[in-house]
Design a protein around this ligand. Sequence first.
Ligand SMILES: C[S@@+](CC[C@H](N)C(=O)[O-])C[C@H]1O[C@@H](n2cnc3c(N)ncnc32)[C@H](O)[C@@H]1O
Length: 222
Amino acid sequence: MTANSDILNQIAALPGDWHGAGCLSGDVIKAIKSYSDQKPFEASLETGVGKSTLILSHCSKKHYAFAADFGGSVTRTRNSELLNAGSVIFIEGLCQKTIPAHDFPEKLDFALIDGGHGYPFPELDYYFIYPHLRPGAILAVDDIHIPTIHNMFAVLREDEMFDLDRIVGTTAFFRRTNAETFDPLGDGWWLQGYNQKYYPAPIIDETGKMVQYTSPGNKIPL
Ligand SMILES: C[S@@+](CC[C@H](N)C(=O)[O-])C[C@H]1O[C@@H](n2cnc3c(N)ncnc32)[C@H](O)[C@@H]1O
């Protein structure tokens, strides 16, 4: 299942203010479709809705769309003639509540994190989504220019579960590797690539000076 080029072009050409919560660019919409052209999605999921929902409704047999109706984004999407309504399940409400309550009945081929952007909401979305991505799946993270989201992007870049595939504008596309799923109910920060690469992190101490702890209680100025 995939969108024909006419539908793709119509969705990609929708204006940036098509709804009032901030839309993806046409280039990102085209990038999403290009992944389903490689391998059509059996199941996909996104946080936040809009133009992405329209294209994913044509690219996925079953698409879960989680969002609150900020900026009329859900209303606009539900009422669009470009929506392939039969393949979309809308879960309307705040993702902070709806995502943790979701059962995730199947593995995902594609997921987009583009709902609430305040810290730590994208990370909360990530926490509940990542165990359900199948090897080869695409994880898209939008707005990696927002510093807190950039932190998550930087961590994922070093994670063995993901290879950075491409960046389109401010949207990153990662591909899930075959690495074992990091236990969402365990610990293991010392095993994670970002921590292995950057430990110990420099700290701005209580006097405003940059220091590094070589062991607890033993700090050196930088
Ligand atoms: C940037 S827009 C998504 C744009 C969309 N991907 C597109 O292509 O047009 C953000 C979306 O997240 C929703 N949203 C923001 N905060 C949310 C929250 N805490 N829970 C659920 N949805 C939220 C907004 O209502 C909107 O649908």
